[in-house]
Design a protein around this ligand. Structure first.
Ligand SMILES: [Zn+2]
Ligand SMILES: [Zn+2]
Length: 348
């Protein structure tokens, strides 16, 4: 089969590799769509302790089961499935209690487990028994189903901020996840959604999600405007869906008393520490939370939202490439000229 192999830092080579062989307990997935995640770009350029080159990365995937071992009951040949990234080990306390994204081993597809930038992928016994492998309907396009992975991460973030009917939500950073969060916030009851985004290209796409207010931090003071938009009190909930420490600081600064902040977007290694008067948290009685990754339960929820069209993905799919052009896809990611870049490994 053809696969894009990360040979070393910064070098991704499309080449022939052996098609994975399955045993009685595993299944073979033909990958039909896999989108490039910001973390794939970071892994390729800076490496990751959980990825040992040569490696096949890629985790935002969907495809069809083409072979299944005789002991496999979770899927059968012909099933269409979406994959998440984090695979619970099934053994530790976190995994046994449904919080596998906090597992110390933190197995993940496209990390320790060979990923989806390939024509085929082996779904091992562990992935099938514990992992985020979710059946999708015949009508859900693979490229939309692939978005269940990032959407599951967004759901994880939103489950930590006590969102309910009538709340105001600020989302800082309107990349693909930030845009999907606008729809997600509405589904969870937010009556005022404010989006913050610097680049015009992303802002233009984000506008199709019809947040109540859009703010460009180049043009105005984000904290002051968010306060003004929420009757001077500040928003109930602030999510940082970007990789900026300034956004973390602004989030705590603007959030209402008793409000919730979720530091959703991770920061590059070496970023300066967040600067914060801890008395701000003290006097506001606010909650500062973080989140990363997702659990299989959240992946199933994400698929349900996509099946019902409750979170829209179409406006985000700006680029499509066959596997042979995957490096062009990474260039588009690097240049921030797109939103979601979808690779179709079995399309020539
Ligand atoms: Zn991802
Ligand atoms: Zn575990």
């Amino acid at each position: 089969m053809k696969a894009a192999v990360m040979e070393e830092l910064g070098r991704l080579v499309v080449k022939d590799v052996p098609t994975p062989e399955i045993d009685d307990d595993s299944a073979l997935l033909r990958v039909e769509a896999v989108s490039i995640c910001g973390s794939d770009v970071r892994i390729l350029n800076y490496g990751n302790p959980r990825v040992q080159p040569p490696a096949i990365i890629g985790h935002e995937a969907a495809g069809a089961i083409v072979q299944a071992g005789k002991n496999v009951t979770r899927v059968k040949v012909g099933d269409r499935v979406a994959l998440g990234a984090d695979v619970p080990c099934g053994q530790c306390n976190w995994c046994r209690n449904g919080l596998g994204n906090n597992c110390a081993i933190n197995y993940a597809i496209g990390y320790q487990i060979p990923g989806a930038f390939a024509q085929f992928m082996k779904l091992s016994r562990l992935v099938l028994e514990e992992g985020p492998v979710t059946r999708i309907s015949d009508t859900l396009p693979f490229e939309i189903a692939a978005f269940a992975e990032p959407l599951a991460c967004a759901i994880n973030g939103f489950e930590l901020v006590n969102l309910s009917l009538g709340k105001s939500v600020v989302i800082i950073g309107l990349g693909p996840i930030g845009c999907a969060m606008i729809d997600l916030a509405r589904q969870m009851g937010a009556t005022k959604v404010i989006g913050v985004q610097r680049s015009q290209l992303r802002m233009d796409i984000a506008k199709s999600y019809e947040a109540d207010v859009y703010i460009n931090p180049r043009e105005e003071d984000v904290v002051a405007r968010c306060r003004a938009e929420t009757g001077g009190e500040g928003p109930d909930i602030v999510i940082t869906a970007c990789g900026s420490v300034e956004a973390h600081e602004q989030a705590v600064e603007m959030v209402a008393h008793r409000g919730y902040v979720n530091l959703f977007g991770g920061l590059k290694k070496g970023t300066r520490p967040m600067s914060l008067l801890s008395n701000t948290i003290h006097y506001k009685e606010c909650f500062v939370t973080g989140s990363h990754g997702s659990t299989p339960r959240q992946h199933e929820l994400a698929v349900q939202l996509l099946e019902k069209g409750l979170v829209r993905v179409e406006p985000l799919l700006t680029h499509h490439f066959p596997l042979s052009d995957i490096n062009r896809g990474f260039e588009v990611m690097d240049s921030k000229q797109g939103m979601k870049i979808v690779i179709h490994p079995n399309q020539v």
